[in-house]
Write a protein that binds this ligand. Structure first.
Ligand SMILES: Cc1cc2nc3c(=O)[nH]c(=O)nc-3n(C[C@H](O)[C@H](O)[C@H](O)COP(=O)(O)OP(=O)(O)OC[C@H]3O[C@@H](n4cnc5c(N)ncnc54)[C@H](O)[C@@H]3O)c2cc1C
Length: 339
């Protein structure tokens, strides 16, 4: 999408790129924007490399079709406990407004939109049983219990295996998968079920209860906030810079794009989200399995160039951004500050 179809795309010019930044931030979503701010406060010069022609990542606001009305096509709702994003909005003069009430719901199944519910009549009973199981398990987990009343472990099972264990029909998988897209990050085969269940527990336990706690949206959208954070930080921004390779060693870090552009810095902070990391080749090879392994909170994970070698200068932040601004990234920032 370019500036003709997305007026927001060109609002930040390519700011003068520091010839020798101390830190490269890869990814200009909210995590990258938050990293830029946090590093600026600590006196680092940073350059943000962003694959797309716009900032904001999965938070993406743009006018709908031929209208002037700004819509969110990605992360949009802010919950009361997301204090960091509330703070960021206050700092950058981005107002919050209550989420519009849900007036109608439609579900896509069997090739068509339905208004009657997420499951076909044949699946409905099993779907409802599964949703009740999820709600009960989510609330058990919230109480700190590691097993449900059936004695089944809640903490030692992947999200996919959990859905299989509860006998989830396709409708339940679709519903949970949709909420997982919104509330989580990572391969459901590898992330623990607790990631999903704890999101459900933020509401009443059932997946759909997440909407009840989604209280506010940003006036001007997530894109506006991300822009203001990056500009305010003083970091340089390079758009259309999809990093394909990263060489790293004791002399620093050198990311390179497919068209041969490269940058060098003392360190890099990876704010791409977990899944896009698979498209980046690291030299020397990084233990990606270690990076991607599922754990309840993959908040900030130091990449090492080998099990016994000293830590490389790459810091991975997996902040799940809007949510993650809640704190997950912060350990990445403080580690970075110690460099
Ligand atoms: C449909 C949808 C609805 C959502 N709703 C909510 C919600 O209501 N509330 C909420 O809190 N969260 C919500 N989320 C989740 C939230 O949007 C994400 O958690 C958050 O935006 C992730 O931010 P991030 O900075 O970690 O990653 P991203 O936003 O994914 O940013 C990563 C950036 O890195 C760039 N990048 C990737 N690879 C490379 C590369 N190789 N080189 C250079 N740049 C690269 C990408 O282009 C992107 O800009 C939703 C997500 C979706 C998809």
């Amino acid at each position: 999408m370019d500036s003709r179809t997305n007026p927001l795309a060109s609002r930040i010019a390519v700011v003068s790129v520091a010839s020798n930044p101390e830190i490269l931030i890869i990814g200009a979503g909210l995590a990258g924007a938050a990293a830029a701010e946090a590093l600026a406060v600590r006196g680092f010069t940073a350059t943000v490399l962003e694959a797309r022609d716009r900032v904001g990542g999965r938070g993406f606001s743009r006018p709908f079709a031929s209208s002037d009305e700004l819509l969110e096509f990605g992360g949009a709702w802010i919950r009361p406990w997301q204090v960091h994003i509330h703070d960021a909005c206050a700092r950058h003069g981005v107002a919050l407004r209550p989420r519009a009430p849900v007036t109608e719901r439609r579900w896509f199944r069997d090739g068509a939109l339905h208004k009657d519910g997420p499951a076909s009549p044949a699946e409905l009973e099993q779907h409802e049983r599964c949703v009740a199981r999820i709600a009960a398990d989510a609330l058990s987990l919230k109480k700190g219990e590691e097993r449900n009343e059936l004695g089944q472990s809640l903490t030692d099972i992947s999200f996919t295996a959990y859905l299989t264990r509860i006998g989830a029909p396709q409708a339940t998988r679709n519903l949970c998968g949709a909420w997982w897209t919104v509330s989580g990050n990572g391969d459901p085969e590898r992330v623990p079920a607790t990631e999903f269940l704890s999101s459900c527990a933020r509401g009443g336990g059932a997946p759909d209860s997440m909407i009840d706690v989604s209280a506010d949206t940003l006036v001007g959208g997530v894109t506006l906030l991300a822009e203001r954070m990056i500009v305010g930080s003083g970091a340089s921004l390079v758009r259309r810079a999809a990093v394909m390779r990263i060489a790293h060693g004791s002399d620093g870090v050198t990311p390179e794009t497919a068209d041969g552009r490269s940058w060098h810095a003392e360190a890099a902070l990876l704010a791409t989200g977990i899944n896009p990391l698979a498209a980046i080749a690291f030299s020397p090879h990084c233990y990606r399995r270690k990076l991607l392994r599922w754990r309840p909170v993959i908040s900030a994970h130091r990449l090492r160039s080998g099990p016994k070698r000293r830590a490389s200068r790459l810091v991975c932040s997996q902040p799940a951004a809007v949510m993650a601004l809640n704190g997950c990234c912060q350990s990445a920032w403080s580690r970075m500050a110690r460099h």
